[in-house]
Write a protein that binds this ligand. Sequence first.
Ligand code: GAL
Length: 334
Amino acid sequence: MKRFTLCFAILLSLVLSACSSSKVASSKEWTKITNGNLWLTASGDTVQAHAPGFLKIGDTWYMVGEDRGREWRPDVNLYKSKDLQNWTFVKKIIENGVTSPDLGKSRMIERAKLLYNKKTKRFVVWCHWEASNYGASEAACFSSDKIDGTYRIEWSGRPLGIKSRDCNVFVDTDGTAYFISTTEENQHLGLFRLSEDYLSVVEHTQLFPWQKREAPAIVKLGNKYFMFSSACTGWAPNQCKLSWSNNLKQGWSPLENIGDNKAFRTQPAAILEIKGTKTTSYLYVGDRWKDPNLAQSKTIIFPVTFTDTSCDFRYRDSFEINFKTGEWRETTKP
Ligand code: GAL
């Protein structure tokens, strides 16, 4: 009887400890993302990667963006994270006036975006490459054989001779990449197909003529493309609008207001896909510029839900994401 009681007690404690460790494991799978604060690295430095671009390799997110530490003439920094919350500084990948000395030190390097070319195995950065009065209206392309390697300038200028400012990139499911930018004095959006090696622009399609859109961000769900964009009001936030199409080059729906009239004080930078074992969630990433100054601009992330032709675009102070299953949920009370 004594032996039976002992066995039972051991069994019970094993079961209880298994239950409690699985509870810990499952709560650990949920990462709470909180908005509104400055992002700091573990060593306490401000994360300087504004208007960010992202690339996921394995379970690591890489982020490039504007180093606004000295406000103007930004360099481009590279960070990495496993949870979009804890960021480690990797290196400065483009240094103004140093990476391409022939172009001088007075460049405004804005909206750097990162691509990986599977054929050439090179990491490629496209960005807005501007003069201090925004008169150059140029883009630039850099590449490196390693994500944290030496980025060399590949090209700079007006893509196919077209004046180009705010920009982003988009890679379609067949691997074709596009540079998309605000063209001809902020009048239109230009969709520029890139060459197979992603290092040059080969084709231009004008989208949203005369509609003055910038900060474009595209995501594809099934066969449908969704695009967020802002109006052109400098650092001041404005209404985010949504458009969708079954074809990247034509048929975009009329721009439709989403969220509040200031995009919750943000401007679009990216739409991240969180692909998990159960579902895929989409996270909007936007810049809360000059909060209160350029160097302390905040990066804001919240989940967005796409339905057939619309999007639930709602700010949250915080939410929780499960990188394993791909699910997100409202923050649970402690
Ligand atoms: C915004 C643009 C930013 C930056 C800023 C300068 O409209 O989205 O990337 O260029 O203007 O005023």
